[in-house]
Design a protein around this ligand. Sequence first.
Ligand SMILES: [Zn+2]
Length: 384
Amino acid sequence: MFVDDVEVREEGEMARISATLGSQETWFELPSEHFRGSVGDALTCLAMFPAMTGATTEVQVPEQYPVSQRLFDSLPLQQATFQTWSKKLQPVTYRVRRSEGTSSDDRVVSSFSGGVDSLYTALRHNNEITHFVYIHGYELKLEDDPDGQGLARLHRAAERLGKELIVVKTNALTVFSSFRIQRLLIYGTFMAAVAHLLGPRRFLVPSSAPLNYLEPSGSHPMTDPRWSTETVEILYDGDERFRLDKMKCIDEAGMLDDIVVCHYNFEANCCRCAKCIRTMMGIELQGLTRSAFSEPLTTAAVRRFEINNSPDGPPFGEYLDLARKSGNKKWVRAMAYAEILYRLKAILKSLMGLVDDLVTGGRLMSSRASRMAQDDGWFKVEVP
Ligand SMILES: [Zn+2]
C-alpha cells in the first residue's frame, strides 16, 4: 500500500494528520480552524518522492481519502519531469479513489518565511493574500526555535502586513532524509502537501530565481502548478524579478528592516553565511536600509564569497554590474576576485574532463563519478 496508518486527530485547537510512508511515520500539525483541505491530495503529493526511490512500484492511498482527478492526471508528467532532473528516481503508479476535488474557501495563502522572496510576494499580492503559512520543520528544524522567538518575529512581520500567520509543524523532512532525498528536490512537494491540508482557493509559492536563471529544482514554475486540484490553485510567484529588484521593492515599502534571510539563525541574521552576505551586498550596492544586519559588510567577506555554493551562482554578475555602475572600486575588486575564483574552478574542472577524455577515453572521470554516486546514494537534483 505504501501509505498506511492514516490518522486524523483533533488535539485541543490543533489538528494532527499522520501516516506511515513505507515504514516511516510522518505527521503534520496545524490549527484545526484552518484544516479544511484534502488529506488524500496531501498524501498523494507527499508519497511520490519516497516511492520513486525504488521503495515501491505502486502507491495506494486508502479509499476513505479520495484524490482529485486533476491531481491524479498530472502525476505521470510530474514524475517524468522529476526523472529528468534526478535520473535515479523510478516511476510509480497510483491506486486511489478519485474525486472532483473538495470544496475550498476564499482564503488566499502565501508561504512566508520573512525573507526576500516571500516578502516580495506578500507585498505584490497584499490585496489578495488573506493568510501566510510558515512550515516549521522544513527550513529550520523544530528544535531550532526552543524559546519561540523566531516564530514570534514572523508573527510580528505578518501583523505589520495585516495578515494572520498559520504555523504548520511537521517532521516530514526527517522522513524524506531517511529515504535519502535531497531537500532541494522536495520543496514544492512540501508546499503542495500543506496547501492541500489547508484547502485555500489559491496558494502562492514565492520563487527564488528569476526566469532567465531557472535551474532544475523541487519548486519550479513548470511543476508547482501541476500539484493543483480542481479547487486549490497552486502558483509559483515572483520569477519576473531579480533578487536585487525585490530588495528594492521591500525597502520602498519600509519592510527591509524586518527581513531575516539567514541559513543558521531563525531569530536574526548571522551576517556570516552565504545568504546573509549576498543580501548585505545587495543592500550595500543599492544604498538600502541595512538595520536588519547588525555587522558591517567587509571586503574580505565578499572576496571569500563562494559563488558555487550560492543560489546566486550565475546571477552574481548582476551584483558585479551594479558595483561597476556605482563606481565603487573597493566592491568591484572584491566581487571580481570572488568571480575569478569561481570561474577558474569551473575552467579547471572542465579542462580536467577534456584531458581525461584525450588520454584515457574518459575512464578516470567516469570511475570517479561512479565512486561518488556509490558513496553518496542520495536522490539529488542534477544540475547540468
Ligand atoms: Zn546568516
